[in-house]
Design a protein around this ligand. Sequence first.
Ligand code: HEC
Length: 245
Amino acid sequence: MKKMTIKALAATAMLMLAPVAGFAGGGGNLHLDHVKIDMGDKASLQRGFKLFANYCLSCHAASYARYNRTASDLGISEIMLKENLIFTGAKVHSPMKVAMPAEGAKDWFGKTPPDLSVIARSRGTDWLYTYLRGFYLDPKKPVGTNNTVFPDVGMPHVLWELQGWQEAAERSEDGHVTKLTLVEPGAMQPEEYDAAVRDLVNFLAYLGEPAQLERSRLGPWVLLFLLVFSFVAYLLKKEYWKDVH
Ligand code: HEC
């Protein structure tokens, strides 16, 4: 009986891990560039939020997040929020919705842009980092571009002004693009663009788990409490055992 339970548990655990392993594998020979996420870096999160509001919210919602909660988590004032980050006419306490109707988007791009609230958890941060740097010119596609990690993606290269345009430079035997070259520079140097995308991915990681910031803020206090508590417990123990010895 006990053995059965362990087997069942193991099977459940494997089922739960399967999608993770699938993504980690990235579908065959897919190479993902690693990005270091640091949710403690408020300046990076603020820059990421700005990019997100400017370049992504026109099509994608993040409807699990509210503007004012996000702003206060990231140390952004309400005035700053209203003047620089809300373009849809939404109220400060509204969830981040898109102005564009979903049907319209489907007609234009063939797919409805998904909600990005938890995208960092479903795709992983390395995938997002590679995806947002992986658009290249492909005249065969309706939007004129394609993507290394998301072949035939319906999303246009919305950050082209910053990154510029890339072309496929090398392909693997099965036709996957393995290397890109910049054929027309954008407003940013490649390193600057990588850093900007890192900020954006950092922000998306925060969106997927806003409680993370609160946890890391509370962490040191919890440890301090445990330390003080252990000391008091030690004193008490000494007091109790004094007479026994
Ligand atoms: C012009 C509209 C538009 C804008 C602006 C836009 N996207 Fe998209 N995005 C799409 C569409 C359409 C899809 C669905 C593509 C598909 O499934 O083929 C998509 C898909 C995605 C996906 C893949 C989702 C999945 O299926 O896993 C990610 C990630 C993403 N977008 C991130 C972003 C980010 C970050 C920005 C801002 C820099 C952004 N998008 C801006 C239209 C847009």
